[in-house]
Design a protein around this ligand. Structure first.
Ligand code: ARG
Length: 470
């Protein structure tokens, strides 16, 4: 890319200026270093705008043909990395417009009729974000499929369920994975909702007040597959709430992924030993030969911070801005681009890694036998025999204390010991003290019983099939 030390270029807007831009200011105010990421959207927007201008008799057919031909060449140059970006042309919009005029001559200067960079940039960001949302939606689906493929084999696998990270009650590993699935399902539906508000056309708002040309905004919207036209020109060029909404969507997603990351990091440690992460998703230590570190989930956990940071940047950028466009808004792009990239990378990593996790089923079961995970089942057993729940809770609490004293599990206490706290207990109690009995008994919708996990998986699969058919 050219830098600011070149001889000053003639600006597209310098008619009233009497001196060249300060060299530092030129670099300071330029956005082409990052907004060139929206070059293809900028060209798409220009094609639609020019087409509309011609159909509204503002441009002639031959002018349109020249413009489309020039834009097509520029697009090829950009795709093939042959396009020369220039900082002195400030941004992606003016780089492309100048190149067009250089190629096709004076007709290139008609493209900007009835348009301003203010509605142009707002359109480009929306087109860019809509493209990215569609790709991210596909990644979410792939991740959900990955979770399902792992969960399918784990509907019977018993692990400890935790509250306060202390063993609470036994659950099935499939059930735990389906909790992750549900989080992503909500993220998916939130993203579709966000897309609706992104997919609105600003073009036609021009600088801020609209334009005097007989433009047809509905036509431009249709050419660019926007659902509707922004109803107010001042609002259309100035607000970036759609980008803020996307970043808050992304923050919620990353919050979910950081929770799974934490679980994966814990589970893959020797202390838990619940899963093995394939070597291809881990790295070693340059000093400790024995190490295999869960870098992927750790990085996802860490990257959550920058996504929250981008949301804060955009909220603060927009705060207190008077109508309409202000140059502040040029600062919207980097946090947005960074968020798109971070979220896409994290989803790609997890979509590949999660179905490849190898559960260590014996370790999970063993961990569930520790920590008196079936104590609630014993209380429920006493309630079924007529004891009020609070009293049952108390009896079982005493039995847990006895078991701790004996360094035994509840199921290892003799019937005599169990009856010492309540004569409602009979020898059939051992059925409810088993892990399998405990999970099987929770067989309502949303419960952890293997049959319910299987039906949750079937429900999810049908959901993804319906989505694919859309
Ligand atoms: N590069 C600018 C941006 O990203 C484009 C719009 C500039 N508009 C203006 N009036 N200076 O916001």
């Amino acid at each position: 890319m050219a830098d600011a030390t070149e001889t000053p270029t003639k600006k597209l807007w310098d008619g009233r200026f009497t001196e060249a831009t300060d060299a530092f200011v030129e670099v300071f105010t330029a956005s082409v270093g990052f907004d060139q990421q929206m070059a293809l959207q900028d060209i798409r927007g220009s094609i639609a705008h020019a087409t509309m201008l011609q159909r509204a008799d503002i441009l002639s057919e031959s002018e349109l043909e020249l413009i489309l031909g020039g834009l097509d060449e520029i697009q090829q140059e950009i795709i093939e990395n042959r396009f020369e970006w220039s900082v002195s042309l400030e941004d992606v919009h003016m780089n492309i417009e100048s190149a067009l005029t250089e190629k096709i001559g004076v007709v290139g200067k008609t493209l900007h009729t009835g348009r301003s960079r203010n509605d142009q940039v707002a359109t480009d960001i929306r087109l860019y974000l809509r493209d990215q949302i569609d790709q991210i939606s596909d990644l979410l689906t792939r991740l959900q499929q990955g979770i399902l493929s792992l969960a399918e084999n784990e509907s019977e696998t018993i692990m400890p369920g935790f509250t306060h990270l202390q063993v609470a009650q036994p659950v099935t590993f499939g059930h735990h994975l389906m909790a992750w699935y549900e989080m992503i399902e909500r993220d998916y539906s939130r993203l579709l909702d966000c897309r609706k508000r992104v997919n609105v056309l600003p073009l036609g708002a021009a600088a801020l007040a609209g334009t005097t040309y007989p433009i047809n905004r509905e036509m431009t919207a249709e050419l660019l597959s926007f659902d509707s036209v922004a109803r107010n020109s001042l609002d259309a060029v100035s607000d970036r709430d759609f980008a803020i909404e996307f970043c808050s969507w992304a923050s919620i997603l990353m919050m979910h992924m950081s929770r799974w990351s934490e679980e994966i990091v814990l589970w893959s440690s020797p202390q838990f030993g619940f899963i093995d992460l394939p070597d291809r998703f881990c790295t070693g230590s340059s000093i400790m030969p024995q190490k295999k570190n869960p870098d992927v989930p750790e990085l996802v956990r860490g990257k959550t911070g920058r996504v929250y940071g981008s949301l804060t940047s955009l909220l603060t950028l927009m705060k207190s801005q008077p109508l309409a466009y202000n140059k502040d808004n040029q600062e919207d792009k980097e946090p947005l681009f960074d968020t798109v990239r971070t979220v896409s990378d994290c989803l790609t990593a997890f979509a590949d890694m999660i179905p490849a996790m190898e559960p260590k089923r014996e370790n999970m079961r063993l961990a569930a036998t520790k920590g008196y995970a079936t104590a609630t089942d014993l209380a429920d057993y006493l309630v079924n025999r007529g004891l009020p729940f609070r009293d049952a809770h108390d009896v079982v609490g005493k039995l847990v204390a006895l078991a701790i004293e004996q360094n035994a599990d509840l199921s290892e206490l003799s019937i005599h010991q169990l009856r010492s706290c309540s004569d409602l207990i009979d020898s059939d109690v051992y059925d409810v003290l088993t892990l399998d009995g405990s999970v099987r008994a929770r067989n309502h919708i949303g419960g952890t019983a293997p049959e319910m996990v299987r039906s949750a998986i079937a429900f999810a699969k049908a959901q993804l099939e319906r989505r694919a058919a859309l």
